[in-house]
Design a protein around this ligand. Structure first.
Ligand code: ADP
Length: 287
């Protein structure tokens, strides 16, 4: 089965649509002129339009000073605030993320939120967006991860690290692989579920027959302007039971999870019940 991320994202976005007169407002800080960052920001703006929430983009020069950016963030009155990553190297990413009040941290990258969720296992109205997208895809297919072998390729702050911890919380047996892993192919062949977030084309060439394969990788393909994942799709699609394509797989779901975080921040503010992933709640009760 080939997952259709646009279709599921659109159907979830329908359920998030705001119909009240007063609506949440997202504030986005964009630094520099990277075409990739601009395109991500545009996708976020489009999703905001689709669910009828307001959004405002603040565009800073590539050489903006750290203090100036932080001062700006501290004065933002928006319900959800995010800074588009990556940032130029002269800026301290963590100091900038931590200048966002944690209750407005719609990307869920502030240490307060990550610690609550990943270390203490507290249920929270927010989840980091790409890990949340992967969990949502597994839920869509009703995949039971309890006791399953998951091979997570990549251990980044944005994807591999938080996702590996969330899957442990769901009682999967998780192996984390990275740049220094020596028997990557073996770890991949051993897995019931392979999740790749390394940004290396054709890293995953073969999987166990019937494995579930989630491709979070994004890199430039051989043809200019073409985006490819980490998985050799044409080969692996014949072995996997479920596979996500790039583009059109995890990507659209990630933007959708950002919108869910924003709506949850808003609902919490209004005293309305927020959406919490039911399978996470079950797992969290176990530990
Ligand atoms: P992202 O933030 O999208 O997850 P990063 O570039 O920050 O991407 O992280 C890439 C991750 O992938 C790192 O944890 C790195 O160790 C891992 N990685 C990169 N190349 C390989 C490889 N050839 N084999 C296994 N893991 C890899």
């Amino acid at each position: 089965m080939i997952f259709n991320g646009n279709q599921l994202a659109n159907s979830i976005l329908q359920t998030l649509r705001i119909t009240s007169k007063i609506k949440p407002k997202l504030g986005i800080c964009l630094v520099g002129d990277s075409p990739a960052s601009k395109s991500y920001v545009n996708r976020k703006l489009k999703a905001c339009q689709e669910i009828n929430v307001d959004a405002e983009v603040f565009h800073f020069e590539e050489n903006v000073e750290q203090d100036q950016l932080i001062k700006h963030i501290q004065q933002m009155h928006h319900d959800g605030i995010l800074v588009q990553l990556p940032l130029p190297l002269h800026l301290n990413k963590l100091d900038i993320i931590h200048s966002i009040p944690y209750e407005k941290d719609v990307d869920c990258l502030h240490m307060h939120n990550l610690q609550r969720i990943l270390v203490y296992g507290e249920l929270c109205e927010m989840l980091p967006c790409t890990p949340a997208a992967v969990l949502q895809i597994l839920d869509y297919y009703d995949v039971n991860v309890i006791g399953k072998r998951v091979t997570m390729i990549g251990r980044s702050f944005l994807v591999g690290l938080p996702l590996s911890l969330l899957l442990q919380k769901r009682n999967a047996t998780v192996t984390v692989c990275h740049r220094e892993t020596q028997d990557l192919d073996e770890q991949i062949m051993n897995a019931d579920i392979v999740i790749s977030a390394a940004g290396q084309p054709k890293l995953v060439r073969n999987v166990k027959q019937g494995a579930i394969v989630i491709d979070v990788g994004i890199s430039q393909g051989e043809k200019r302007g073409k985006i490819v994942g980490d998985v050799d799709f044409d080969n692996v699609k014949n072995q996997a039971s479920i596979i996500t394509p790039v583009p059109g797989g995890v990507g659209p779901m990630t933007v959708c999870m950002l919108m869910r975080n924003l709506c949850n921040i808003w609902k919490k503010k209004q005293g309305q019940p927020v959406y919490i992933n039911p399978k996470l709640s079950e797992a969290y009760l176990n530990d």
